[in-house]
Design a protein around this ligand. Structure first.
Ligand SMILES: [Zn+2]
Ligand SMILES: [Zn+2]
Length: 371
């Protein structure tokens, strides 16, 4: 069965071919001329739209509308009339909703900080589904008394008789990360959620026996949600009880044995921490939507070079409201979470590698290793 998310997004993606720039990894240039952007980003052209506002006509706005439509902020255009480059009222209000969700000034103007947020690598799951924002609005009072986590429309969960979930790593031919490292990374990612709830997770080698399947794919891979090459969309997962979790094989994934060795290799340009993305996508597999708390695992974007694997209070409240709490659960201290959040900028100017590391797999895509 398709999730509500997929049926919505699949329709959108039919019109959003502009995102499908996913060239095969081997096609990336290995020597970029000086002054070129350090890493390809499918959304980089949005930077030319900075400052755009209501009433303007600017080349590239149609592509921005496709982006906003993909993430649920605009309905898909009728097939007879694709999006135009006109900055109309619908676009203004879509941008204002986006700005509210991400804690930006909700002016409806495409200011620099909004564009910067939009080009950040992110999860492919929509923020707005069936016209309703799944990300609670961020207001001054909301952190105090009200939760900010969200569910998928209809609140789908794994039923009470399925609390012991099996996952299978089924598609690994498109990644260079070795199998045992993948097993370790996903086991740690699942354990974050198991610790907070009464859910249990175990890996199985049998796909037919699995509730959840995990795989790496390039470009179009049969679910109407094509991946887009390095950065842009990193991964997506489906709501319960679909169980599919897909990762973009073209990302410069970093995967290792733990916090320290992963942190060292995250300073590579464009590097994305696999475990951080896995913890986020598992939240979707269990029924959580996106949160507008920037520190939450379920926040839609993640900066390159960043490791973010601890559940935040908002994530814990969200998952416990769906599945109950684990009596032995001890929340992580806020100090640990903020330490993990403060590394790296947009992949450049971050920490320097401070030595040789062992046991870390960097799923390089050619460009990463360019001199
Ligand atoms: Zn997501
Ligand atoms: Zn997919």
């Amino acid at each position: 069965m398709c999730s509500p998310l997929l049926s919505h997004v699949a329709a959108v993606m039919a019109a959003a071919a502009v995102f499908a720039v996913g060239s095969p990894a081997s096609a990336f240039p290995t020597n970029l001329p000086p002054g070129s952007p350090p890493f390809p980003n499918p959304w980089a052209a949005f930077q030319n739209l900075s400052g755009c506002h209501m009433g303007e006509q600017r080349q590239g706005l149609a592509g921005l509308k496709d982006y906003l439509s993909h993430f649920g902020y605009l309905p898909p255009p009728p097939s007879s009339s694709p999006f135009t480059d006109a900055f109309d009222h619908d676009l203004e209000s879509a941008i204002a909703t986006y700005q509210q969700n991400f804690g930006l000034n909700a002016t409806g103007v495409l200011d620099t900080s909004t564009v910067e947020q939009m080009v950040s690598p992110r999860c492919g799951v929509a923020d707005v589904m069936n016209g309703t924002s799944t990300m609670a609005r961020r207001t001054r009072s909301s952190r105090g008394g009200r939760h900010l986590y969200a569910y998928f429309p209809g609140g789908p969960t794994w039923p009470p008789f399925r609390r012991d979930l099996k996952y299978a790593i089924t598609a690994t031919s498109a990644t260079s990360i070795d199998r045992s490292t993948l097993s370790d990374v996903f086991a740690r990612a699942f354990s974050r959620w198991a610790a907070a709830t009464n859910l249990k997770f175990s890996e199985t080698s049998s796909e037919s026996d699995a509730d959840i399947t995990i795989g790496f794919y390039s470009g179009a891979h049969g679910d109407g949600e094509p991946f887009d090459g390095p950065l842009g969309t990193l991964a997506h997962a489906f709501s319960p009880t679909d169980g599919r979790f897909h990762l973009d094989a073209a990302e410069a994934w970093v995967a290792g044995a733990g916090d320290d060795d992963v942190s060292r290799s995250l300073s590579s340009t464009g590097a994305v921490d696999l475990e951080s993305v896995a913890v986020h996508e598992i939240g979707h597999l269990l029924g959580l939507g996106h949160s507008s708390v920037p520190e939450a695992i379920m926040y839609p974007t993640i900066r390159t070079g960043t490791r973010k694997v601890e559940l935040e209070e908002d994530d814990v409240q969200g998952i416990q409201s769906l599945y109950g709490s684990n009596p032995n659960f001890t929340p992580t201290s806020p100090a640990t979470s903020s330490r993990e959040m403060d590394s790296g900028g947009a992949g450049e100017g971050g920490r320097r590698p401070d030595g040789v590391f062992v046991g870390v797999a960097v799923a390089a895509v050619g460009l990463l290793l360019a001199p």
